[in-house]
Unconditional design. Sequence first.
Length: 222
Amino acid sequence: MTMEHGEDCCVKVAVHARPLIGDEKLQGCKDCVTVVPGVQIGTHSFTFDHVYGSSGTPSTAMFDECVAPLVEGLFQGYNATVLAYGQTGSGKTYTMGTACKEGTHVGIIPRAMAALFDKIEKLKNQVDFQLRVSFIEILKEEVRDLLDPATVAAGKVENGNGHAGKLSVPGKPPVQIREGSNGVITLSGSTEVHVTTQKEMTTCLEQGSLSRATGSTNMNNQ
Ligand SMILES: Nc1ncnc2c1ncn2[C@@H]1O[C@H](COP(=O)(O)OP(=O)(O)OP(=O)(O)O)[C@@H](O)[C@H]1O
């Protein structure tokens, strides 16, 4: 994506290059990504605000540089979205931290939750906060409500390993994504869980992650 006025643009694009994973090394793959700032290949120029991993900036800087300012902005009334985009196995789940396991790498969502509650702790004597959490998955045009207790329970019954597969819950109207006349996008019919602590929010992330229809491909090794 080319952005001529990067500093003024409210959309920032960062690349996160992951290292080779076990299977790739076994197959003899070689890391072919080199980050060289300011290079144009032929007529194609790809401009990014940040490049992490590989020979770019260490990935640990990603949260502080790209996401912490967005969390800060929430307290000034700004909305924020972090979107992970990439082919299967490129590291979206890892980077976002949706499949968080204790003692492993901490991704963007758990770190955003920690930053949110740190800030709330500092401000709680001056302001009342209400936090509500939704977690949906869009799979082949079906919107799945990952925090709906029926989805969680049905997923566990379905295959016993917590991964729900494609599933719709009988009797429950499907979640709909709607755009209001003011351009605001809403999730009509999705479960909103009221949370007051970081632990409660983490529980939502963990439960919702278990209900995702995660599937193994040759590239993501799940
Ligand atoms: N930065 C990284 N460092 C080390 N391992 C990583 C990194 N990013 C991803 N991986 C590993 O690469 C594999 C694929 O990553 P991940 O599952 O996050 O991909 P994905 O883009 O979410 O795939 P899919 O779209 O199929 O769900 C996983 O085994 C993950 O642990």
